[in-house]
Write a protein that binds this ligand. Sequence first.
Ligand SMILES: *Cc1c(COP(=O)(O)O)cnc(C)c1O
Length: 406
Amino acid sequence: MATNIFNCPLPDNKGYFGEYGGSFIPPELQTIMDEIASSYEDIRKDPDFLNELADLYQHYVGRPSPIFHAKHLSQKYGAAIYMKREDLNHTGAHKINHCLSEALLAKKMGKKKLIAETGAGQHGVALATAAALVGLECEIHMGEVDIEKEYPNVVRMHILGAKVVPATHGRKTLKEAVDSAFGAYLADPVTQFFAIGSVVGPHPFPKMVRDFQSIVGVEAREQFQQMAGKLPDNLIACVGGGSNALGLFTAFMNDEDVNMYVVEPAGRNLDVIGEHAATMTKGTPGVMHVFKSYMLQDKEGEPAEVYSIASGLDYPSVGTQHAYLKDLGRVNYASISDDEAIDAFFELSREEGIIPAIESAHAVAYALKLAKEPNVGTILINLSGRGDKDIDFVVEHYGKEYGIES
Ligand SMILES: *Cc1c(COP(=O)(O)O)cnc(C)c1O
């Protein structure tokens, strides 16, 4: 079943998509990355691995996730709107797809421990889940500020048996967590596996994570054809690092009539640096976190401060393949503000009975905009996650506006 998700020609064997990608790391670490790349090349053709993964996707994650035709929104906004329900996966988002795959790979390589950073805790919880299942230790680094803010996810990680290490320096958020996790990883890169959470980082991660997520589009292409009798005219996904977007898009890449849109967070103000995280719309090419892509830079060329109401989207760079696809013109880039995302969060909840993650609500918001244009045809949204994690925040900050008495 899962064999055809692994056949995209790019990147080249050094991890380049055109001029983007690569791995700007010290030689000793390069050796380790080369080992991961070569193990990956082996396992992606190994029927045992593919069967094991297919079995877990089906019986553990709950795949295939359904496609839902949102009839009320379709009627209200004027185009046929469908959603790929990644929010229904075990742990509530698409991240389990690649976390499980990375855990299996690490296990096959004889690694003992998975290590990663997390911002809001979503990647940490998905990875701790995969580690528990596969039987590996798990250590998650998280900024002290985020630990306080996202406490329920910290509790989940503890229950799942993971160790949560607070990053206590600087602003004590995601960037510091990356530093902290990377430092811990460097202390022993032989028995530990750094499980990157999106299509970013050094080669082979952008390729590997994309391939592991591609199951989303493989399923969707077939399901949609069965439901609607043809391919969708438009695909829409939100982008932080870009894994759920490439997960949906990859199977459609050669279908020239299928338009693709990725939606970046415009935050509070697209014209002020530090108030958004629209890397494609406002960024420029550069090297950050050891790979070349588009990035938001400050005056010194350092990663700029970024902001979004969706903590899964506030990243100052973007997956290397997205940079390539942007220059190629294959994918369209749009942005959605905090307020528009919250509006879509309530629209989807109240019209269809689905509470989306605020990240996914960005994709929904853009779909509702697009739907109002003439002759857009059908729209398929990747609903990357569910909104349980966001409800307290949304009600506290926006409840009154949307008629909720506290
Ligand atoms: C983490 C996350 C994202 C952003 O990550 P990508 O790699 O861009 O997909 C989007 N949606 C949800 C629900 C997430 O948890």
